[in-house]
Design a binder for this molecule. Structure first.
Ligand SMILES: *[C@@H]1O[C@H](CO)[C@@H](O)[C@H](O)[C@H]1NC(C)=O
Ligand SMILES: *[C@@H]1O[C@H](CO)[C@@H](O)[C@H](O)[C@H]1NC(C)=O
Length: 983
């Protein structure tokens, strides 16, 4: 039986037979070419023999590919041509290296970079006298370099990068008289470098990174006087770096890193003043940075990171042109020289620089001073300023490099080199030196759904680092932790192409301890697109956990393209090994036990604390001490953290007393923080009492008060945050903030407010008159459910708790006449205000749009006059067009009018209002008191009354959700009053 390859071979021979007679190519070269193609697995060359290889045309030679591809034949005289070049890059050939190549005596170039070739180097190639270039970069080749290759006297370029070659570099290689390029990096070469290599004086480019050589860097490299670029990164060789490199005057690109063994002094690089790149990273270099460094021009970068450099930076470093400067991870101190300020990409992280205060903030700026400890008194790392408290957390979950939240795994998509979230952050340093396809991106998404399974979204994107990537967790409860690191290799493929041949290798440190050396995801998983979890135990003793991924120069850097290397992490989960919230005696229970022994007043405060403080994760930070009445249930620090230190950007409104801020607590609860007063309050204890009582009032139509904070002169109230701001803004705020509210929504809002008021007046344990119902005090949640804000806050400095208030609080236009003019307060005052609000809801107009003089408009007057004219529906908001239920809307207007009756006793109770609005009760007959109403609430008359000007809110209605000063005015809980009401 004929095997496929034999069959193809047969066809080849038949095809060649056609033009052997007329060919210019010598017959034995044709035969050799055939054998070469077969062995390589190159099956798509000309099979019928129509095209002569000597024509250098397709399919033999394809000049449309950059630099040409295929077989290049060159005529040596008029009748004969010879194969001079075989260039088959990125062809995914899966054969092996053909010994028959030696049958092409004129061959100068064999370039098989980025294929899928296996097998060993044929010793036969050693006889090829014309061969100048051998490139086999990025294949699966194994075995040693044959000694015979020392005979390829024309050889100029031997590129074996990114294969799996083994063994010593034969000393014979040192005999190559013309070699300039020797690229042996990313293989498994071993042994010491042969002394015979000292003869390689023609070398200009020497790379042996990522191998397993032994011994130290030979001193004879000083003989290589033509060398321009030298790469010895993670080669296995140890230090020290030969100190005398002064003969290497052409050297412009020196990359030595990850040296084992002895420490080195700083090598003398003053041999040349103009450099392309200097990398002396992790070389165990001691001492100070020599001053000559400052005299060098370095085009791309100077990387001296992760050494043991001490002292100060030479004062004028940065004056000459230097691309990027990496001094990260040394023991440098002093201040940052002014010459380095405002230069691009200077990384001084992890040193001991003294921060003099003018440094830029954190890692996103240059010079990057991340984790310099001297200038930072509050923590170990400059730039890490957690907005949380120790013990606030016992876990964190990160979906590294991903825009997608998956379960508990948080988004981690910052493309910068620094990010700080709530209780975790990362810092990345380094740069991909030859960015090709993937550029300098620090995140990578596979794009496809090559990973299956429930957690595939954790693995479809990942974070990359060119050098060092550290994730921090902070505010953690101390103890033992389980750290799970989730990996999946997604940048290589799992097919039979060169794209599958990359090797990613990096180290992992947890809490500074090396836990995985030479970690290779693909080996562990095994395979690509296959998730693997690396689990570790860690001890957290100072509330901080540090997980560091470090590229120590190992692995390929050119597959599938240059710049694919370094750590890749898909997801991280960190969780306390034993602690579970609620385990043991919960804080709540402990508080409960304590409360049982304390008087009733304290009980109320306890309720507050349970709600505002002890109920959530914050509880972990507090203990029973927190019951001290003098401390707030929220600490100022918590509130600062939540509001980003009262960042003006978080301000959502401004009231008479002060601003209101939006904030986010650690458990993601969004809050509104009302800054009450910066005056010192004597009655803090009472204040806390009242807050405790008020916060005990819970109803679907009341804004939740989570608690308060009294610290220093700060008095802060913490409320639930409502997404849709106030009813006023929705109805008559600036156009971009208005909401489209159809009639059913509006009716629901009316009913909701009514229910909330009915609860305050009639159902709650404490009976409370709001005193300042108005459209700005009705907030709307995300479902447009109305919630009344600012109910029941006792005026803190008001001592005489009579129901006749000495100070009137309310908002003009909403105030019941008896209250506005005589200060007489009952819950019917709220009913009046409610009526006005209903009119606003129906009409979509603010009750008073105060314009100069006669243009003034009073909604209530207008409604009463329309009622008198029997033309009520004219009141209805034009925006509702005609799509409303006439019966319902008429009912609502009538309710509004009876609520705004000038005679308080005529106004219905709020529970009655609810029944009417819900259509359960009819609207009672009522006598219009429009004559009294009209004109009696005009501002000029009201101003004659007992107001202090502070009490009148003329705020633009949309100015805040619930922020006007008078909103906070209290109801005086007076026993007479309650008795009179029959409670
Ligand atoms: C073919 O090879 C010869 C000899 O190496 C060279 O001079 C010529 O430029 C090559 N032709 C092409 C198209 O690359
Ligand atoms: C052309 O060169 C080949 C060897 O390369 C030789 O065998 C042949 O005789 C030469 N032909 C002529 C006409 O010189």
């Amino acid at each position: 039986m004929l095997s496929a390859s034999r069959l193809i071979a047969l066809i080849w021979f038949l095809g060649f037979a056609n033009y052997v007679a007329s060919a210019c190519l010598p017959a034995q070269e044709l035969e050799a070419l055939l054998a070469v193609a077969l062995t390589l697995g190159k099956m798509d060359w000309n099979l019928d023999g129509v095209v002569d290889p000597c024509t250098n045309e397709v399919p033999w030679w394809d000049s449309s590919v950059e630099d040409g591809k295929g077989v290049n034949c060159t005529f040596t005289n008029e009748t004969t041509c010879h194969v001079t070049q075989i260039i088959l890059k990125t062809d995914n050939l899966s054969g092996s290296l053909p010994k028959e190549l030696a049958g092409l005596p004129f061959l100068e170039v064999i370039d098989l970079a980025r294929n899928y070739l296996s097998g060993t180097l044929p010793p036969e190639w050693g006889s090829m006298k014309s061969l100048r270039k051998i490139s086999l970069l990025g294949n699966r080749l194994t075995g040693p370099i044959p000694r015979e290759y020392g005979n390829i006297t024309a050889l100029d370029d031997l590129t074996l990068e990114a294969n799996q070659f083994t063994g010593n570099i034969p000393g014979e290689i040192g005999d190559l008289p013309r070699i300039t390029r020797l690229l042996l990096n990313s293989n498994n070469f071993t042994g010491e470098l042969s002394p015979n290599l000292a003869k390689l004086t023609t070398l200009d480019n020497f790379r042996i990174s990522d191998n397993n050589f032994t011994g130290s860097i030979p001193n004879y490299i000083q003989n290589w006087i033509d060398i321009k670029r030298m790469e010895i990164q993670a080669s296995g060789l140890s230090g020290p770096i030969p100190s005398n490199l002064t003969s290497l005057t052409k050297l412009t690109d020196l990359r030595i890193s990850d040296l084992n063994g002895d420490q080195s002094d700083f090598p003398n690089l003053a041999i040349s003043t103009s450099w392309e790149q200097v990398i002396l990273r992790s070389c165990n270099i001691v001492g100070e940075i020599p001053p000559f460094i400052a005299q060098l021009t370095i085009e791309k970068s100077l990387d001296l990171s992760f050494n043991k450099l001490t002292g100060q930076i030479p004062g004028d470093l940065g004056r000459q042109k230097v691309g990027d400067i990496y001094l990260t991870g040394n023991f440098l101190n002093g201040t940052v020289p002014p010459s380095m300020k405002d230069k691009g990409n200077i990384d001084l992280s992890y040193n001991n620089f003294t921060l003099v205060g003018s440094e830029p903030r954190c890692a996103t700026n240059s010079p990057n001073l991340f984790a310099n400890s001297n200038g930072n008194t509050s923590g170990t790392h400059y730039c890490i300023n957690p907005r949380c408290m120790p013990n606030d957390f016992y876990s964190f979950y990160i979906n590294c490099g991903s825009q997608e939240k998956v379960g508990k795994y948080e988004v981690d998509y910052s493309t910068g080199n620094f990010y700080q979230g709530k209780n975790w952050g990362f810092f990345s340093t380094g740069k991909f030196w030859n960015p090709e396809t993937y550029g300098n991106s620090l995140v990578f998404a596979s794009g496809g759904s090559s990973i299956s399974g429930p957690d595939s979204k954790l693995y479809s994107a990942a974070r990359l680092s060119p050098l060092s990537l550290t994730y921090y967790g902070f505010c953690l409860r101390n103890g033992n932790y389980k750290v799970n690191l989730h990996f999946a290799e997604i940048m290589f493929t799992n097919d039979t192409t060169y794209r599958s041949l990359g090797r990613r290798v990096f180290d992992i440190y947890i809490q500074g301890k090396l836990v995985e050396e030479n970690f290779n995801i693909e080996n562990e998983a095994p395979g690509v697109y296959n998730p693997i979890t690396s689990s570790h135990d860690a001890i957290v003793g100072d509330h901080t956990l540090e997980i560091r991924f470090y590229w120590a120069g190992k692995g390929t850097t050119a597959l599938p393209e240059r710049s694919v290397y370094g750590p890749l992490i898909s997801a991280i989960s960190v969780v306390h090994a034993t602690y579970k919230p609620g385990s043991g005696i919960s804080t709540g229970a402990r508080v409960g036990i304590a409360i049982a022994a304390i008087v009733a007043l304290v009980l109320l405060v306890g309720i507050l604390r349970l709600k505002g403080c002890l109920g959530g994760k914050h509880s972990m930070y507090h203990d029973l001490k927190g019951l001290d009445l003098r401390t707030g249930s929220f600490t100022l620090r918590q509130i600062r953290a939540a509001t980003n230190n009262f960042d003006p950007a978080n301000k959502i409104g401004e009231g008479g007393f002060g601003p209101v801020y939006k904030g986010v607590l650690l458990d993601k609860t969004i809050i509104a923080v009302k800054q009450l007063s910066s005056k010192s309050k004597q009655g803090n204890r009472e204040f806390v009492n009242e807050i405790g009582m008020i916060s005990a009032l819970q109803h679907p139509h009341l804004v939740k008060l989570y608690g308060c904070c009294i610290e220093g002169n700060q008095l802060l109230l913490v409320y639930e945050y409502l997404e849709n701001n106030s009813l006023a803004r929705a109805l008559f705020g600036p156009e971009e903030h208005q909401l489209h509210l159809d009639w059913p929504m509006r009716q629901n809002i009316c009913i909701g407010i009514a229910r909330g008021l009915a609860y305050l007046h009639e159902e709650s344990r404490l009976k409370i008159v709001h005193r300042d119902i108005k459209a700005t005090n009705v907030l709307l949640d995300k479902n447009l459910v109305p919630k009344i804000s600012d109910f029941g806050l006792a005026k803190l400095d008001e001592e005489d708790n009579t129901h006749i208030s000495t100070r009137i609080a309310g908002t003009f236009g909403y105030m019941a006449p008896e209250y506005a003019m005589r200060g007489y307060l009952t819950d019917k005052a709220d009913v009046y205000s409610f009526g006005v609000v209903v009119l606003e809801i129906v009409s979509g107009r603010s009750n008073s749009s105060i314009k100069p003089k006669e243009d003034s408009f009073y909604l209530l007057d207008w409604a009463n006059s329309l009622k008198a004219r029997g033309n009520l529906l004219e009141l209805v908001d034009r925006r509702l067009e005609s799509s409303f239920n006439k019966e319902e809307i008429t009912r609502a207007i009538n309710v509004a009018l009876i609520c705004t009756n000038v005679v308080a006793a005529e106004r219905p109770s709020m529970s009655t209002v609810v029944s009417i609005l819900e259509g359960k009760d009819g609207v009672p007959k009522f006598v219009s008191n429009s004559s009294i109403s009209v004109g009696k609430t005009r501002p000029d008359e009201v101003e004659m009354g007992a107001f202090d000007s502070e009490g009148v809110s003329m705020d633009a209605p949309w100015s805040g959700s619930s922020t006007s000063a008078p909103d906070l005015y209290p109801v005086a809980i007076d026993t007479n009053y309650w008795e009179k009401r029959g409670f």
